[in-house]
Design a protein around this ligand. Structure first.
Ligand code: URA
Length: 229
């Protein structure tokens, strides 16, 4: 592949960013400065930048136990990003397969495979996500039927898709939804006059948050876990 693409893929840069880097003379190929973006890089060639030999990383898949206080984006000036919790190369290539709010904890899937994350986030696939919610007020059991039918969220035209509500205690519930509207769980409880005090995602599809992961810890997914989506 061309040197420019090699740099984009190994460092998670746009083509124009890698073009600039190459022209700056900071990139070495086989020990020699190379300023030609079109140079063909083969398997034997060693590309060197910023004190390290660069590798092409294959598709990567992780589960993170997201702690409170971290954002799922890279561009929030006020809060740390979940990507700071990863000790991996080319962090710029990773993205979250479905975001969680700043104050939500639990299972977050992180990958650099856009097609895979699309299967999790696209409304067409209706991938199930299960949340444990702690509520300010007791939930009336009539909410079970209401959520199963769909509720009207403020500012939305369509009702929510049927969701499964299980009351663990009057103020603690498990809610499984099959879509991912903005703040959906909090808005669903707000629609029935309640308030979510704490929210934790336990499961996405068949994948359950690994109990050995403390908040802030992550691990790669197994081949079977990746294939389950
Ligand atoms: N629904 C919410 O309200 N917040 C989340 O973080 C996830 C789902």
């Amino acid at each position: 592949m061309r040197l420019e693409r090699f740099l984009s893929e190994s460092l998670g840069l746009t083509r124009s960013q890698s073009g600039k880097l190459i022209r700056s003379g900071e990139v070495l190929v086989n020990g020699v400065v190379n300023k030609l973006a079109a140079t063909q890089i083969g398997e034997q060639d060693v590309v060197h930048y910023d004190g390290q030999d660069l590798q092409l990383t294959g598709p990567r898949y992780f589960m993170l136990h997201k702690p409170e206080g971290y954002v799922c984006s890279n561009d929030d000036p006020d809060h740390p990003s979940v990507f700071l919790l990863f000790e991996e190369p080319a962090l710029g290539k990773l993205h979250c397969a479905g975001r969680l709010d700043l104050d939500t904890t639990g299972l977050l899937l992180v990958t650099d495979d856009g097609q895979w994350s699309h299967r999790i986030t696209s409304p067409r696939h209706e991938c199930a996500k299960t949340y444990r919610a702690w509520l300010a007020d007791p939930v009336d059991p009539s909410a079970i039927a209401l959520f199963a039918e769909g509720v009207q969220l403020r500012g939305e035209r369509a009702l929510t898709l049927p969701a499964e509500l299980v009351l663990v205690t009057p103020t603690e519930a498990l809610l499984t939804i099959h879509e991912g509207k903005y703040h959906q769980v909090k808005r669903m409880f707000a629609a029935i006059g309640n308030k979510v005090l704490r929210l934790h995602r336990e499961q996405v599809g068949e994948l359950v948050l690994a109990p050995e992961l403390a908040p802030g810890e992550y691990r790669p997914l197994t081949a079977a876990e990746i294939a389950a989506f």
